[in-house]
Design a protein around this ligand. Structure first.
Ligand code: IVH
Length: 677
């Protein structure tokens, strides 16, 4: 069958587009599309060329692995080509089965033959590099380029501290070590903060920051960018007794002084690879660097040789990707939302896009400055990122795709909900509606916060219901909730008798609470759950908190000037005191006690993180136990964490603790610690 003129046109268009992306990515270090989009275009062209071989022109981007070398850097010919590996596009476990089947068939293994042993490692998201050592001394570093010819970046490679200038031990006469140069996420964030402060371009992701640094002409620039390296393979070798396996090679490279990633395994067959794949998937978001998948390699070199290559890809290795965390979509509009404290937040309305495992339609844009800094216009094509549980972010606009119809976003000068004046302090990035509880948006958020699970815990009082109650004018302040009757609720849409009764029961149940929850429920700016607990413990009664001066508030552990000021300001407002009186009058009560003794519990100042399932205690119990003794419980592990309490199926937090060298306790250890105090 001959290609139709449509197929011909499409192939030509795809070639042009891919080449433009290649140029932007490889030559300019300024990618115009996320990888997933590039891969899609690439695969579409591959498929077209497979179907109609006459479309596969010699200049097709499918004929080469990478892009053209930068003209300014000296070209280096790789004696052993730097190949790429086949990507398994099936992101589920099916990809593993497909790979193992190919390997077994090619090796002529039958069903009764034992499982093939694989080396499983991470697919680092950086740039590939080949380091040449002669008599143990680093003589050159080259990028991959098109696989045959790369660029000489020795001057920059030498600035990377993780790369040995001289090998340890008995070095072979010639050895080319291959691996990935990458940038850690924390270093990337710091770099971007510095770039921003200096008014310079910020980078879209760590990989581009790393690639940009390595391909600088001036090594002083690369030296200022903290780059890291992991070794994972070999190029040319001479006069060396090679290990017999990939795992053995990595051990040897580590012994020469190269960083080799610890997260590697020997896996037996499909089952072993599945376990590795799933373990790394769970760890992915807590790793200190980006990975876009895992790599499986047949461990034995004799089997690798037997398997050989298909076109330019080894048959003995495969890259198994995880679902993309970045995608491209259209920014349909920017809406302004009003939060509990009046903060106006611009929210991106996006054309629905599947990214990071969910369909995303909105993304926060934080504030006006952020939009300006990123240069985002309404109508732009944008890169959207969603990693782990983190809320989706708009990373950047794709300027090349503009049509001229895009328009700039302007922050309104009056509140889009209540029309009140919008205030923006000079030293603050946030614009705020000045309407306070007059503003229905703020009122709704305040009510939702009040009813929240960690505050008064009124089950069933969600978004939609609060909207209706506020819009109908039935509820103005939290105190009004306790005056609700079946009649008022019956008039609301979609409110069946049963749910009205349930809601009233939930409200009733919330009438008695703890002082800490009550303080938190008030929604005082800068007073989160932990501060509310500190205040309750320190003062013992609401009246004492209400009457405390800024100085007295500052005596509370962990309360600084900003928090003290906002607490004092809150209680200085007559209408806030009024709402509290109304709540009291409506029969809301909480436990009060004496102010805490000066010296807090034995765990005072210690920060704990709980993870996994403990054998006898619930997480809430463990938290209460720690807090009762003055300790703090935090949600994420950092250098400030003193102890991680880990139970069954503890995942990424435990791994992070191990990495940072944080003390790890089990339930028994926690109890011992408490007793010892
Ligand atoms: S092995 C012949 N191992 O992924 C096999 N590559 O297309 C050569 N990469 O350009 C590659 N982590 O930049 C290998 N653990 C790993 C890797 C890895 C990342 C990159 C590398 C290469 C691409 C493969």
């Amino acid at each position: 069958m001959f290609a139709s003129s449509e197929a011909f046109e499409r192939a030509a268009q795809l070639r042009r587009e891919l080449e433009a992306h290649n140029y932007a990515y490889y030559v300019l270090d300024a990618p115009t599309v996320p990888d997933a989009e590039y891969d899609r275009l690439f695969r579409e062209l591959e498929a077209l060329e497979a179907k109609y071989p006459e479309l596969a022109t010699p200049d097709s981007p499918t004929r080469r692995v990478g892009g053209a070398p930068m003209p300014e850097l000296r070209p280096v010919r790789h004696k052993v080509p730097m190949l790429s590996i086949r990507t398994e596009t099936d992101t589920s476990n099916g990809g593993i089965v497909a790979f193992d089947t190919r390997v077994r068939n090619a090796l002529g293994l039958g069903e009764t033959d034992p499982a093939v042993e694989y080396a499983g490692e991470l697919k680092f998201d950086g740039l590939a590099i080949s380091l040449r050592y002669e008599d143990g001394v680093l003589v050159s570093g080259a990028t991959r380029g098109d696989g045959e010819t790369g660029e000489d970046v020795t001057h920059n490679v030498r600035t990377i501290r993780q790369i040995p200038l001289r090998l340890k031990g008995d070095a072979p006469a010639v050895i080319e070590v291959r691996g990935e140069i990458y940038m850690r996420r924390d270093e990337f964030d710091k770099l971007n903060a510095r770039q921003l402060a200096a008014g310079e371009k910020v980078f879209v992701n760590p990989r581009n920051a790393a690639a940009g640094a390595v391909r600088q002409l001036d090594p002083r620039i690369a030296a200022k960018r903290p780059l890291s390296f992991f070794a994972y393979g070999l190029g040319e070798v001479g006069d060396w007794k090679m290990p017999g396996t990939h795992a053995g090679l990595l051990d040897a490279l580590a012994a020469f002084g190269f960083p080799v990633c610890e997260l590697r395994v020997l896996a037996q067959g499909v089952e072993g690879l599945k376990a590795f794949h799933d373990r790394i998937a769970a760890l992915r978001d807590s790793l200190p660097y980006d990975i876009d998948g895992v790599v499986y390699k047949v461990n034995r070199f004799d089997l690798q040789r037997e398997l050989g290559f298909v076109t330019r890809e080894p048959r003995w290795a495969v890259a198994h990707k995880y679902p993309a965390q970045e995608e491209i979509t259209e920014l349909l509009g920017i809406e302004v939302q009003v939060g509990r404290t009046g903060a106006l937040t611009p929210v991106a309305r996006l054309k629905p896009v599947f990214v990071g495992g969910v369909t995303v339609t909105n993304a926060t844009l934080h504030n006006e400055e952020e939009i300006q800094r990123k240069g985002i216009l309404i109508g732009d094509h944008v890169i959207v990122r969603r990693a782990g549980d983190v809320i989706p972010q708009v990373v950047a606009a794709i300027v090349e795709r503009r049509t001229g119809m895009e328009r700039a976003f302007v922050m309104p000068t009056s509140c889009p909900v209540c029309g009140s004046h919008v205030d923006k302090a000079e030293d603050e990035a946030v614009a705020r509606c000045t309407g306070g509880l007059f503003c229905p948006a703020q009122r709704k958020q305040a009510l939702l916060h009040f009813a929240g699970r960690r505050a008064m815990d009124i089950e069933g009082l969600g978004d939609k219901l609060v909207d209706q109650l506020v819009e109908a004018g039935i509820v103005k302040t939290p105190a009004d909730l306790y005056k609700l009757g079946v009649l008022a609720l019956a008039n609301l849409q979609r409110m069946a008798e049963k749910s009205a009764a349930n809601l009233l029961a939930a409200i009733e149940k919330s009438r008695h609470t703890t002082l800490a929850r009550f303080i938190f429920a008030l929604g005082i700016r800068n007073v989160g759950e932990a501060t509310a607990k500190d205040l309750a413990r320190h003062f013992g009664s609401l009246d004492r908190v209400m009457d405390a001066s800024v100085e007295q508030l500052l005596e509370v552990p962990d309360v600084g000037p900003i928090v003290a000021e906002s607490i004092a300001a809150f209680f200085a407002e007559a209408h806030n005191r009024e709402v509290i009186e109304q709540l009291r009058a409506a029969g809301v009560t909480w436990e009060e006690g004496a102010p805490a003794a000066r010296v807090a519990g034995g765990l005072s100042g210690k920060v704990f993180v709980l993870t996994g399932t403990l054998p006898t205690m619930s997480r809430e119990d463990a938290k209460a136990l720690i807090e009762a003794r003055g300790g703090k419980v935090s949600g994420s592990v950092s250098k400030k964490t003193d102890y991680v309490v880990a139970g069954a199926e503890a995942g990424s937090k435990l791994a992070k603790a191990q990495e940072l060298g944080v003390a790890i306790l089990d339930e028994a250890g926690l109890l011992q610690l408490i007793e010892a105090e």
